[in-house]
Design a protein around this ligand. Sequence first.
Ligand SMILES: [Zn+2]
Length: 163
Amino acid sequence: MTEPDLEERNAESLLTFHPAFEAAFQAARKSLREGGIPTGAALARGDVVIASGHNELVQHGDPIAHGDMVALRTFGRQRTHRDMALYTTLAPCAMCSGAIIQFKIPKIVVGEAETFPGELDLLRSRGVEVVVLDDPRCIQMMRAFQREHAGLWAENIAEDIDE
Ligand SMILES: [Zn+2]
């Protein structure tokens, strides 16, 4: 193995363990423990976590309360979002991508886009920097949830399902 490869891998694992990504992941786990949808998000300015949240569809009966939306709501009124990044366990849906574009958030770090593709191309087309971690913990958590709660997952992403 050459040295640059090693450096690249180290940079990647540092990213995976960014405090905001951990906050997003822990929020998703909290939602799972509560019987909710296990997706979470956090906003960070540099290494400082500013706000986090998880999906609240089940907890509050709120179909708009995806993790990304809840983190933005928790963050509250702000003069600008241009100096921060959004960390999220799963690729953002069309609604959350719209919010990211609307608030002019320049960068998102996504746990995984394997179990749900989201709107990463839309975000990139609007100039948002997108980093996908392919985090195995996120993939495993979503795979299990989508398998065990197919109806709930379909409701969350507004897909029809035969049950
Ligand atoms: Zn969403």
